[in-house]
Design a protein around this ligand. Sequence first.
Ligand code: ZN
Length: 149
Amino acid sequence: MQPNELDDLYREVILDHYRTRRNSQRLPDAQVEAHGNNPFCGDEVFLQLRLNRDGTIQEIGNQGQGCSISQASSSLMSDALKGRTLEEAGALRELFRRMLAGEQLSDAETEMLGELEALQGVRQFPVRIKCALLAWSVLEDGVKEYRGL
Ligand code: ZN
């Protein structure tokens, strides 16, 4: 595939998640709940996680408003987290952060990112990295509060 075709594919994925947000329902009985914003861009994300007894993420709710990068990132994250433990979610966040920092990832790591790879183009636009990371920062805040940290 040509680099431009890949860019188009990634753009399609981002726009698709922006227009049709996944897991947009609110979860009133969530154990983890957090909210955050990015004042530089006006982005806002609300997040809820309902956990299984074994600690894996059963259901995710995410809502918000703002630019396509921030909202698509939140939607993509919600898809990526289902069935994972909070530890695995933290590891994925770190991987995502490293991708945006422009670090070289192994094939296994890239595979682990799955559809989240669609946001890798954001690293060329440093001001938008905060947009892409917003949902993940909200997740981190929520998990910290849940653990009483
Ligand atoms: Zn933004």
